[in-house]
Design a protein around this ligand. Sequence first.
Ligand SMILES: [Zn+2]
Length: 361
Amino acid sequence: MKEVFVLGAGASAALANLPLGHELIWNYHMDCALCKPIINDVPDMTQDNNQFAGLREFLILASNVYPELKSKVREFDDRGINIFTPFVNEKKYFADEILKVMQENGNQEGILLIKKLILKHLDRKSLARRNAYENFIKKILINKEDNNVSIISFNFDYLLNDYYENGIDNVIYFDYLLDFDYIRENGCKHKNPIPLVKLHGSLDWGLCNKCNKLHLYFPHNLANNYFGEGCPPVCHVGKCDGIIEPYIFLPHQKHDERISSLRNRAEKELREARKITIIGYSFPEYDQSVIELFQRALDDNANVELEVVDYCESNESEAEKIAEIKRKYNDMFPKQKGRLTINLSGFESWLEKPRCPPLHS
Ligand SMILES: [Zn+2]
């Protein structure tokens, strides 16, 4: 039985406490600031100011787009020993929306700054949780038959990257399904890796802004922050003086043929699946092209079983949330006849659920 797991930001938030969309960059100080030393009764801000200089630049950039955000720059400058807690909840202020404005205005410096801050924020937050997905692999994926499971992910983080190269228990490996021009390790192909289709790109993929070569990095060289590094010489091509940028895409962004091929693959996997488990992904309106991709695939696969794994906030009614999800799925996939189950206990609790042993021999 072919199974597809779809991982959204909620999955990484649950397993590795990674920031969700509205928290990206905005909560960078909250998540990553260290205590400031007090010298002569005054906090020494030198290190904090250096570490978060990019965040201040981002606040200025954002307030140039939305003047009402100017108070955030002042709040940041006046933070003293306190943590900067800006709290933004309108979608237009999210980092990806500001990035969209930068792209529309052709502001290359702004684009680079935002991508760099997303990388730094996710990298710092995920450092301690490299193996956050181990439970998912050991409890769920390891029981699946070869070639019968694949993952579609919308996350930029690279928490599954460790298993790309080293695997887990010599059994589970992943494959990004891309022809990298340059791999920062002695990459070797493993037998039957699980396809890991990352439709919004990944922070461990770097694209040269000049020669357009795609590079794959591993966590230990990512920790040193490859961003902005010169393009390494690629066999037969010679040295290039381009700069490496994270190869990540936001829903509205134009993508190249590499991402198009991943999208085609994702659609094929969804068409062939007997069961699709959607974890921490809510098909937001701005992800219209993804919604359409799922609609095309599921219209042709009307009997597929769907399982939704999400989380119910304490102030939400579980019954109402289930009804709301059902309504949304019925609207999006009107031809669906397969079973739809909704589990709102969160990803971690769902992983702990008792399961039948695998059916294959
Ligand atoms: Zn290059």
